[in-house]
Design a protein around this ligand. Structure first.
Ligand code: C2E
Ligand code: CA
Ligand code: CA
Ligand code: CA
Length: 277
């Protein structure tokens, strides 16, 4: 910080120190969490609203501290990202997700699994190799796996991004653009990226049926996905009206609290939805 007058400077540096200390604390706790294996995955069902069946799940990271507090990812992902610890955690997420998928398939549940990738992970040249090794070692079927990335990860160096997407596609997995509509990707860009799915962000879904603009945006994204031959998934669906709206607009894959929150693996059996085959 530069001199801004004594009081201002003092105020700022104190604030920065607190923020920095907080991050350092979380960083140390994260290192411990990795060592002590305090992470776990929750799974949120993805529902086909034509027949209320579970077609798959999205893996969502949780941190269970030694004092039994379950911490959601938004509280620590940015520190994990900025310290680079996310690369290690992210690799564990892929291992764990693939082992989960193999267990489901061995029980005859032919489900899919979506796995979120962080920016650091996505930008790592070794990622395709890492995933390939995990696929081989776990025997997970790549055709049942979708990796979710956000628009902002595609924006910087688009040639590098396209190259990475192609490397991943070569493994036989699908790719999805998460939080679609919240970033800045133009349609011309979208056409150049070898992705399979658009995931409509919750911010556009949450005010249906009260907000006409949001309804128009969601309808437009669905229509565009269909024209471009992309799958489309709506996230954050909480009400019957929202389900009805999506059904009318031919978006049949949905996730949200209306059907289920993310659950631990051992809780999934209690869900009342039909599991595909
Ligand atoms: P996301 O990928 O957009 O995940 C959806 C978030 O919305 C999840 O929060 C989920 O629990 C929540 N959600 C699902 N349905 C509803 C609903 O109907 N209403 C509301 N209000 N929320 C709903 P969660 O699990 O706390 O994750 C937050 C974010 O953290 C994720 O957003 C994702 O960006 C990140 N994240 C989660 N797991 C991972 C992971 O394994 N790796 C990486 N890199 N990021 C992750
Ligand atoms: Ca996601
Ligand atoms: Ca999302
Ligand atoms: Ca979102």
């Amino acid at each position: 910080a530069k001199a801004r007058g004594k009081n201002t400077f003092h105020f700022f540096s104190q604030d920065l120190n607190d923020a920095a200390n907080e991050r350092l604390l979380i960083e140390n706790k994260l290192r411990e969490a990795i060592r002590e294996q305090q992470f776990l995955l929750y799974y949120q069902p993805k529902i086909d609203i034509r027949n209320n069946s579970i077609t798959g799940y999205e893996a969502l990271l949780r941190w269970l501290t030694p004092d039994n507090i379950l911490i959601p990812p938004l509280r620590f992902i940015s520190v994990a990202e900025s310290t680079g610890l996310i690369v290690q955690i992210g690799e564990w997420i892929i291992w764990e997700g693939c082992r989960f998928l193999t267990r489901q398939h061995s029980r005859g549940h032919n489900v899919t699994l979506s796995i979120n990738l962080s920016a650091r992970q996505f930008n790592d040249d070794n990622l395709p190799e890492i995933i390939e090794r995990i696929l081989i070692r776990t025997g997970a079927n790549p055709a049942s796996i979708t990796f979710e990335i956000t628009e902002s990860m595609l924006m910087g160096d688009t040639d590098a991004a396209i190259n990475q997407l192609n490397q991943l596609k070569r493994l036989g997995v699908s790719l999805s653009i998460d939080d679609f509509g919240t970033g800045y990707s133009s349609l011309s860009y979208l056409k150049r990226f070898p992705v399979d799915e658009l995931k409509i962000d919750r911010s556009f879904v949450k005010d249906i049926p009260d907000d006409r603009n949001d309804m128009n945006i969601v309808a437009a994204i669905i229509a565009m996905a269909q024209k471009m031959n992309l799958r489309v998934v709506a996230e954050g669906v909480e009400t019957a009206e929202q389900v009805e709206f999506l059904r009318r607009n031919a978006c049949y894959q949905v996730q949200g609290y209306y059907f289920s929150t993310p659950l631990a693996e051992q809780e999934l059996g209690r869900l009342n939805y039909v599991i595909n085959r």
